[in-house]
Design a protein around this ligand. Sequence first.
Ligand SMILES: [Zn+2]
Length: 85
Amino acid sequence: MIVISQCANPGCNAEFDHREGELFCFRKPPGADGRPANTHSVQHFWLCAQCARSYYLESTHTAVVLRSRFDREATSHRSQFIAVA
Ligand SMILES: [Zn+2]
């Protein structure tokens, strides 16, 4: 079951609406937290339509980060930490 309450952008608090925006599913690396790979190892995030135009989410080895679609040169500086992977 997907439980999302609002936009993943920390600076935005738009309420989740499956009819718009963009949904991201990130699978945690198996065994990263000692549990087998199953549905509990998948994280779901959502960006509202407005944020999805400017940002996307990316999963790294250690975290899920918010990145600008328009500033790829400086993503490492602009990315925002969203969640522990
Ligand atoms: Zn938003």
